[in-house]
Design a binder for this molecule. Structure first.
Ligand SMILES: Nc1nc2c(ncn2[C@@H]2O[C@H](COP(=O)(O)OP(=O)(O)OP(=O)(O)O)[C@@H](O)[C@H]2O)c(=O)[nH]1
Ligand SMILES: [Mg+2]
Ligand SMILES: [Zn+2]
Length: 332
């Protein structure tokens, strides 16, 4: 498991869980497809289940890259292990998603040191890349932009590499295996990198190039028709070989994203209010003067800023109105 980044601190985090049992073991989540998990344990890969119906907060659901505590008998290797708890995360790479009228966080990956934002000359969109960079920085990970498919470019690459983004832009060709040595600065044993970017920019092709074999399914048919494309629909964490350009690092291949909305401080603050609101007496509580309002109670206890609650209520009021709040568009 050391190859997957296991540290003594994680062992301590496991034994320090108040409800920990002697037979619990640590594992890293190396594959997530809907609610099915594949775990890497001290004795190799095992299936894992996150018991359905368990009461939990949205951010407590295990995601790719997480270290978890599991229970399950070692003598029944065919039975999935039961995921009991997520161990303290070093960081979380979060985006903001719109669910109905509400913005909520979606954790794309946990415990990632570097996020490799993959783009290509055709996919290039400066403002979208700025949003990616900002989201990565807010997640306390290092952003690196990979300009892929440069084998298709004849002109100078400066208009992309010198675009003024707050992250290095490395020209590569995943298909031809070019430029990959430049990644060495961010890849090392025990370090985790995650690939993100639009569908079809070459994330799985790059994964295969760094693995030195075809494990991650990548497309090989026209980008234009989309026919026969092996678009990735699950998230997988791969240990990269030590003797290649991936230098023994861990790499997460993700499905393509259309765009990213930044999960900023305001998003996080509003989310905290919505979590409190679950305990309000009335389900349609506006957090004004209703009795039994958990939000106002938190304000009274000094745990929540009253001005923030006012801002939140104003926004909710705008959103309740028939005309859509222009913020929604921006955040989508
Ligand atoms: N010319 C060229 N084509 C590439 C390169 N890298 C990937 N491609 C092609 O781009 C297409 C999409 O590649 P994938 O690796 O499947 O893209 P992806 O980012 O994993 O896509 P999703 O899984 O849908 O998010 C395939 O047809 C690849 O052969 C490259 O460096 N140069
Ligand atoms: Mg893919
Ligand atoms: Zn309330």
């Amino acid at each position: 498991m050391k190859a997957f980044g296991y540290t003594p601190a994680l062992a301590q985090a496991l034994s320090g869980l108040p409800e920990a049992q002697p037979d619990w073991q640590a594992a890293r989540i190396v594959r997530v497809e809907r609610n099915q998990y594949l775990l890497e344990t001290a004795s190799g890969p095992r299936e894992g289940v996150w018991p359905a119906g368990r009461r939990h907060k949205l951010l407590d659901v295990p995601v790719i890259g997480d270290w978890v505590a599991c229970s399950g008998a070692a003598d029944t290797p065919d039975e999935p292990l039961r995921i009991e708890a997520v161990l303290d995360r070093q960081n979380t790479f979060i985006r903001s998603v719109l669910k109905g009228r509400r913005t909520q966080p979606q954790v794309l990956a946990a415990n990632v040191d570097t996020v490799l934002i993959v783009t290509s000359p055709l996919d290039w969109d400066l403002e979208r890349l700025e949003r990616y960079v900002q989201a990565v920085q807010l997640s306390q990970a290092q952003p690196v932009i990979l300009l892929n498919k440069t084998d298709e470019v004849r002109s100078s690459l400066e208009r992309w590499t010198d675009a003024g983004l707050d992250a290095p832009v490395l020209p590569i060709s995943a298909a031809a295996g070019q430029g990959l040595d430049a990644l060495a600065e961010w890849l090392a044993p025990g370090r985790t990198a995650a690939l993100i970017g639009s569908s079809g920019v070459g994330k799985s092709t790059l994964t295969n190039a760094l693995l030195g074999q075809e494990l991650s399914r990548a497309g090989d048919v026209s980008d234009l028709t989309g026919e026969g494309r092996h678009t990735t629909t699950w998230r997988t964490l791969y240990p990269l070989p030590l003797d290649g350009p991936g230098r023994g690092a861990l790499l997460i291949d993700n499905p393509g994203l259309r765009d990213i909305a930044v999960w900023d401080e305001e998003g996080a603050a509003f989310w905290a209010i919505e979590e409190l609101a679950a305990d309000c007496r009335y389900s349609r509580c506006t957090h004004g003067r209703e009795p039994g309002c958990a939000v106002q109670a938190a304000v009274a206890r000094g745990e929540l800023d009253a001005a923030l609650v006012d801002l939140y209520r104003e926004q909710q009021a705008v959103q309740e109105a028939p005309r859509r709040n222009p913020r929604d568009k921006r955040r989508r």
